[in-house]
Ligand binder design. Structure first.
Ligand code: 2P0
Length: 353
């Protein structure tokens, strides 16, 4: 028996992703299986990302995790499922230099310590669960030497938070809803690499940094239970729209991309309104931003900018290039003078680091 001083570590980083075809509604709450496919852009890792280090040592007596320096509980079912699934698929790890061998069966009794940081304030009102679970699962998979491909890893991350599965890949990603009841085919597929469409510039208008009132998990449950529109959306609208979106991405067709993105955001929020009691994620400032973009797009005769809103009032704006992004910023600053209503921050899809 070696001394119990040794530690083996792995570190990973995952950016957040922005859905342009939205995931809203589960057919299986336990396995987190969605009622429709969704498509997203993974942002560059410099800005909105999670960085996680996982360590294993025989001296650790239980699994523990720290988020932004503060210890959090791992007892939640979603964390437990991810940990259980990764341990089940773990493989032997050896470090000849240090004389350490961790056998496959050792992972069942060894404990891990996990430390994760978001490089953006959790309170900024921007989703952190997607990057967080993607990074947690990726890093543990690395530590425990999983042989599974990224698609299989994404299906583990899905059980932490649905949208997390899309952050395992960069660029443009589809979460295929899958057909199986066990969730084995509900996973992320990369549609195009991060180098495919590097002209796109993303501007996020932080309208409110307050925590949302209705969590996505309970919001989508209520929509599935009470909305008639969500059925039409999942069965008829999204399947056709997903195909068109894949085509727009392949062809770098910004006009189609923008029309589909805006339409899908608006339908997602329409489903929220169609829920009983209705869910309001956007506010007056969000509506003013939509108005500003729609008027601009109509006056130019072709889309200049796409907008999309998640389960909150913040606007994610996508422009086809830097020049249009600069014009967009100018317009936003004219309508929303600095330090009033919104804060602006911009990102690019492409930068590979
Ligand atoms: C999305 N959202 O596609 C959609 C658009 C919010 C609006 O994925 O219950 O936090 O953990 O699977 O992934 C938010 O839902 O929900 C989300 P769970 P999640 O990005």
């Amino acid at each position: 028996e070696k001394g119990s001083e040794w530690v083996v570590m792995a570190t990973g980083r995952s950016p957040t992703n922005i859905a342009v075809i939205k995931y809203w509604g589960k057919r299986d709450e336990n396995l987190i299986l969605p009622i429709n496919d969704s498509i997203s852009l993974t942002l560059d890792p410099l800005h909105l990302s999670a960085t996680t280090t996982a360590a294993v040592s025989p001296s650790f007596t239980r699994d523990r995790m720290w988020l932004n320096g503060k210890e959090i509980s791992l007892s939640g079912e979603r964390y437990q499922k991810c940990l259980r699934e990764i341990r089940r698929r773990a493989n032997e790890v050896s470090d000849a230099e240090k004389g350490i061998v961790i056998k496959k069966e050792d992972w069942e009794r060894l404990h891990v310590h996990i430390s994760s940081y978001n490089n953006f304030p959790t309170a900024a009102g921007l989703a952190s669960s997607a990057a967080g679970f993607a990074c947690l699962v990726f890093t543990l998979a690395k530590l425990m030497n999983l042989k599974d491909d990224l698609g299989q890893i994404s299906s583990i991350a899905r059980q932490g938070s649905g949208s997390a599965c899309r952050s395992l890949y960069g660029g443009f990603v589809k979460w295929a809803m899958g057909n199986n009841t066990d969730g084995s085919d509900s996973l992320a597929i990369q549609l195009a690499e991060e180098t495919h469409w590097t002209d796109l510039v993303i501007i996020i208008a932080v309208v409110s940094s307050k925590q949302k009132e209705t969590s996505s998990t309970s919001g989508m449950r209520e929509s599935v239970q009470t909305s008639a529109l969500i059925k039409h959306r999942a069965e008829t609208v999204v399947p056709a729209r997903t195909l068109k979106m894949e085509e727009a991405i392949t062809n770098r067709d910004f006009a189609s991309f923008a029309k589909l993105t805006c339409a899908d955001s608006n339908q997602f929020h329409a489903v929220c309104l169609d829920t009983s009691p209705p869910i309001f994620y956007m506010n007056d400032t969000s509506h003013r931003i939509i108005n500003l973009v729609e008027k601009w797009n109509i006056s130019e005769g072709t889309p200049q900018v796409a907008y999309t809103f998640d389960a909150g009032p913040n606007a994610v704006l996508v422009s086809p290039n830097r020049k249009t992004a600069a014009l967009l910023l100018q317009r936003l600053l004219f309508h929303f003078p600095p330090n009033k209503d919104i804060n602006l921050t911009s990102f690019v899809v492409g930068d590979k680091t």
